[in-house]
Design a protein around this ligand. Structure first.
Ligand code: SF4
Length: 379
């Protein structure tokens, strides 16, 4: 007799699980502890929306205790996730470091896939879950391990630095990783170590251009870009200044160099956040992912934020409902081949072994954009 298989796609199955999870959530009582959290998100969630969100928050926080789980929430998560259920909050490297140290059985990465991989690389004994396996990244998707192997064949002896926004497979082929907080320090360190004045910095062409403007090392790069930050332009900056006289304009170094030329300050996600907390500008705009402004605004109620909204579609795949489902079902575990993990860890460890910077790097602003060469490959 023929066996009829259930042909539902993984996405349909996930949707079915989420729908039944949402149904269960409707019966949860909101406790006083959860209700008190509303003050943190009152500017983003209306009183009408709150009861439904509060039920999800209460259920997730109870599940975390039951399952010895923690949630690592990236700055680009929506405020319901970042402010209400994130146990550790920050940029990708801060989160991965927490992952390595935290006493927990399960890590839920409220972020994108390369971040979950980085957590797994540093915390192999823990179960790392991501609520939606499709949460990718245009930078991480722009290059493969095979691409890096070809580059190494074409440029023997030239050190390769990879931005942390890459897959484990790519990190495994590179000499060292960097973040936007330490990219110049890493490039200069690896050039000295290899006794060369040429370094390949992958895969973000704009970050590489912005770093090249700050060092005498010759930098070659790869044509990758963050699909969120590359949307900002120098015209946007000029229009913002015209519309809001006196506004302070902060840019992430994944933005094209002509944006940094026009901005008042540029730095990593944590540098932008520190800038606002420390200096309390009267009015500010963050040229970065949209939810970051919401989260920094929640912590700085006296600062007026202007918010041109560029959302990361990958980050926005993570929701309260799929975090809840992933915890209930213990699903979407991130696994990495052990040989790849160990090689990728070596590249991350090489970065972590560098002296810790007193504060994240301030990128130069006001400079003319510098053109740099792309790597050539035999392919
Ligand atoms: S914001 Fe850009 S770099 Fe970050 S995950 Fe989205 S596409 Fe990748």
């Amino acid at each position: 007799m023929a066996v009829i298989l259930d042909m539902a796609s993984p996405n349909q199955l996930d949707k079915g699980k989420e729908a039944s999870a949402a149904h269960m959530l409707d019966h949860i009582e909101i406790d006083a502890e959860t209700d008190a959290l509303y003050v943190r998100v009152k500017d983003f969630i209306t009183p009408m929306e709150w009861p439904s969100i509060a039920k999800r928050v209460a259920a997730i926080n109870a599940l975390k205790k039951e399952k010895r789980a923690v949630i690592l929430a990236h700055n680009y998560m929506t405020p319901d996730i970042f402010q209400l259920i994130g146990d550790f909050r920050g940029d990708s490297l801060q989160l991965a470091r927490e992952a390595a140290q935290v006493d927990a059985e399960i890590i839920v990465q409220a972020g994108v896939h390369f971040m979950a991989e980085t957590s797994k690389i540093l915390a192999p004994e823990k179960t790392v879950l991501i609520p939606d396996m499709r949460a990718g990244c245009s930078l991480a998707a722009s290059i493969t391990g095979a691409d890096v192997r070809l580059i190494k064949e074409t440029y023997p002896g030239v050190p390769i630095v990879t931005y942390v926004n890459t897959t484990a497979e790519v990190k495994a082929e590179c000499d060292i990783t960097c973040t936007s907080s330490n990219a110049v320090q890493v490039v200069e360190h690896i050039a000295k170590k290899f006794n060369t004045d040429q370094v390949i910095l992958l895969p973000d062409q704009y970050l590489a251009q912005n770093v090249a403007a700050m060092t005498d090392i010759t930098i070659l790069t790869w044509p990758g870009a963050c699909e969120v930050h590359e949307l900002f332009s120098a015209d946007d900056v000029r229009e913002l200044r015209e519309a809001h006289p006196g506004i302070v304009i902060l840019a992430h170094p994944e933005c094209p160099p002509d944006v940094l030329e026009e901005a008042d300050y540029a730095g990593s996600t944590s540098a932008l956040s520190h800038y606002v907390s420390d200096r309390q500008p009267a009015q500010v705009v963050l040229l970065t992912e949209c939810s970051m402004s919401d989260n920094v605004a929640a912590d700085n109620p006296d600062v007026d934020f202007i918010r041109p909204c560029n959302l990361c579609p990958h980050m926005k795949r993570i929701t309260l409902d799929n975090i809840y489902t992933c915890l209930v079902e213990r699903q979407h575990e991130v696994r990495i081949d052990e040989e790849v993990r160990l090689k990728a860890k070596k590249a991350i460890d090489a970065m972590l072994a560098l002296p810790k910077m007193a504060k994240p790097l301030d990128f130069d602003v006001g400079l003319k954009p510098l053109q740099i060469d792309m790597v050539m490959t035999a392919a």
